[in-house]
Design a protein around this ligand. Structure first.
Ligand SMILES: NC(=O)c1ccc[n+]([C@@H]2O[C@H](COP(=O)([O-])OP(=O)(O)OC[C@H]3O[C@@H](n4cnc5c(N)ncnc54)[C@H](O)[C@@H]3O)[C@@H](O)[C@H]2O)c1
Length: 342
């Protein structure tokens, strides 16, 4: 993928890195630099200035200053969840493309506003979701039709973190949701790609939210979520579980169809016959950075592609609508319970 732009002789894009001194921002710096020029960085963290010096780009504490002083084509945004919407709207108002971390948005209303602003500015807002560039998930997408009519899926994704959540993820105001919004966003995006919903019929979802410790319960930031999906238009159903404090780190997607099954773990995807005979397999070659490298180069190469942009926006809108719907249902149930107890 990195070669695409040079083959087509497109100029290297100029990138502003927003939130570059954090965990994800630092991981992306060397990868972005392979296919673009980093012309500035914004981050108020104390370590940001010396990091920018090391990388040889100018540093700004606030976005507004960078917008006044730096010419760039696209911003790569890796900030806490509460900052996504204000940062992205400011960038779009300025006329820049945005390549951003998940979530695309937290609420459906904000997602619709972002789509509107992107279309009005004729700019892209592309979300970084590495599974779409991972060979094992690509195999699942390419071979889904071979299992006939899918009727059931189960999807598990767990971390085995030993300590309670800290930092902005432990703050309701900054995280704006628990593990569903954080880790679960990736999975709901994968499901939206495999089983795109016909517009008026989103999946129905029943949820259980569970907390590892009292502090997270008090802040309404779930550490474990279990979801049961049903898709009224096709009869498909499935379950999804995501958590932070499991006994082992694991990811496993299984889809059962009328004529076969797909089984996906990070190391390999396998197509099975009904009854379990393995028919074809793709192994996950290379480290995670290969998928990240492909994703970033691909997004940078498609900033002006309006069809790509439109399809991406519609899918992210569907993902945000599903997650926001689950949170709103929980809130309604909570309020009804409080009313009954009052
Ligand atoms: N794709 C993945 O697998 C993955 C993994 C981890 C995090 N993420 C996502 O990346 C984003 C950042 O998470 P993180 O773990 O890197 O957090 P982090 O706290 O390590 O980094 C966030 C950085 O943003 C900076 N920042 C805060 N407000 C800012 C603002 N207004 N302008 C510029 N910089 C600002 C902070 O100073 C910090 O350096 C989140 O959206 C998270 O969901 C994705």
């Amino acid at each position: 993928m990195t070669g695409d732009r040079s083959k087509n002789k497109l100029p290297r894009r100029r990138v502003l890195a927003v939130g570059f001194a954090g965990h994800q921002g630092k991981e992306y710096l060397p990868i972005v630099r392979e296919s673009a020029d980093i012309v500035g960085g914004v981050d108020p963290a104390p370590a940001a200035s010396s990091l920018a010096d090391e990388w040889g780009f100018p540093h700004y504490d606030v976005l507004g200053e960078a917008l006044r002083k730096v010419d760039f084509d696209a911003a790569v945004v890796t900030v806490p969840h509460s900052e996504h919407f204000p940062v992205c709207t400011e960038l779009l108002a300025h006329g820049s493309h945005v390549i951003k971390e998940k979530p695309f948005a937290v609420t459906e209303q904000e997602a619709r506003q972002l789509v509107h602003l992107a279309q009005r500015a004729d700019r892209s807002v592309l979300t970084l979701l590495q599974r779409n560039f991972d060979p094992v998930f690509q195999f699942a997408q390419e071979n889904l039709a071979r299992i006939g009519e899918p009727y059931w899926f189960s999807y598990d994704y767990h971390f085995n973190l030993a300590h309670p959540t800290t930092g902005w993820r432990a703050s309701r105001e900054q995280a704006m949701g628990g593990v569903l919004l954080d880790m679960g966003y990736h999975l709901i995006d994968v499901l939206s790609g495999l089983f795109p919903e016909p517009a008026p019929e989103p999946p129905r979802v029943h949820s259980a939210f569970v907390h590892h410790c009292q502090e997270m319960r008090d802040r309404r930031l779930e550490d474990l979520v279990s979801l049961m999906f049903s898709y009224p238009s096709t009869g498909l159903a499935g379950s999804l579980r995501v958590s932070r404090h499991n006994y082992e780190k694991t990811e496993h997607l299984c889809v059962l169809g009328t004529e076969g099954a797909l089984n996906v773990v990070p190391e390999a995807a396998v197509l099975h016959s009904v009854g379990g005979l393995p028919l074809e397999r793709r192994t996950g070659k290379g480290p995670r950075t290969d998928a990240v490298r492909s994703m970033i180069a691909h997004h940078l190469g498609h900033l002006d592609d309006r069809c790509y942009r439109q399809a991406h926006l519609q899918r992210q809108l569907a993902v945000v609508r599903t997650i926001d719907g689950i949170y709103r249902d929980r809130l309604r149930e909570r309020n009804e319970l409080a009313d009954r107890c009052a």
